[in-house]
Design a protein around this ligand. Structure first.
Ligand code: NAD
Length: 245
């Protein structure tokens, strides 16, 4: 219950799904947490400081991070574009990269000086098994952005390893969350059957089920804590065996 005691943490997209489950675990483990989301209403009920934060807005990112001065930063915000290279517009591409990748540059750029001043820190970036790890159908923009997150993570890790700052990425398989339910519904409409769509998502997970957000939060908590002091620069795959066959 005190694995994160003394850590000042900031989470983006903490309103629902993996971000929220992680916020709850960080609080339970004694972190001093500021939970943020584009939609601040979603942060209701979290027993910590909360703030509206659009990670696409650099001024907002700087203002909040300069105030919070986190030594743990969980970059969770991200968006799934559905489609192939022929389905994606330039705008889809630009939006995907802005939210899934550039936003991490913004928060990390703002947080690094504070971590350097504090003598260290831990940055955890949300990638996906669908990235440079594995290709998934209709995830052209998404998989490309999540692969970029791994490169970004390795670059930050190598540049700051001597200053006590660790930077890791996590690569979940399919995880139950509000936006995942929306994706199943949308695919169900496309396939003419919700059950078939659900089966398509579940069957690619060799364990025969998708992950709970809490299972992913446990990995983020480990990477935020000093228990993971010897790991940096890696994509940590947690995908129910999807890519490990
Ligand atoms: P979700 O998609 O249901 O929720 C996303 C949250 O992001 C919402 O609370 C939303 O308000 C917030 N958000 C959207 N735009 C934002 C912005 N500009 N600034 C700040 N917050 C913003 O949650 P999820 O499915 O747990 O996904 C969270 C992250 O995990 C994403 O990066 C996603 O790509 C990644 N991921 C999800 C899965 C999955 O199967 N659910 C698998 C691998 C990776």
């Amino acid at each position: 219950t005190d694995r994160l005691k003394g850590k000042r943490a900031l989470i983006t997209a903490a309103g629902q799904g993996i971000g929220r489950a992680t916020a709850e675990m960080f609080i339970a483990e004694g972190a001093e947490l500021v939970a943020t989301d584009l939609n601040a209403d979603l942060l209701d009920g979290l027993d910590c400081e909360t703030a509206a934060l659009d990670v696409r807005n650099d001024a907002q990112v700087r203002e909040i991070i300069d105030r919070v001065r986190p030594t743990v930063l969980f970059n969770c915000a991200g968006f799934v574009h559905h489609g192939t290279a022929l389905d994606a517009s330039d705008d889809d591409w630009a939006f995907g990269f802005d939210l899934n990748v550039h936003a991490m540059f913004r928060t990390i750029r703002a947080a690094l000086p504070h971590m350097l001043a504090a003598g260290g820190g831990s940055i955890i970036n949300m990638s996906s098994a669908c990235s440079s790890v594995i290709g998934a159908p209709n995830r052209f923009v998404y998989g490309t952005t999540k692969a970029a997150v791994i490169g970004l993570t390795k670059s930050v890790a190598v540049d700051y390893i001597k200053q006590g700052i660790r930077c890791n990425a996590i690569c979940p398989g399919t995880v139950e969350s509000p936006s995942w339910h929306d994706r199943v519904k949308a695919l169900g409409e496309e396939m003419g059957s919700y059950d078939k769509a659900l089966e398509a998502f579940v069957s690619r997970q060799p364990m025969g089920r998708v992950a709970t957000a809490k299972e992913i939060a446990a990995l983020v908590t480990y990477l935020a804590s000093d228990e993971s002091a010897f790991t940096t620069g890696h994509p940590h795959i947690i995908d129910g065996g999807w890519s490990g066959q």
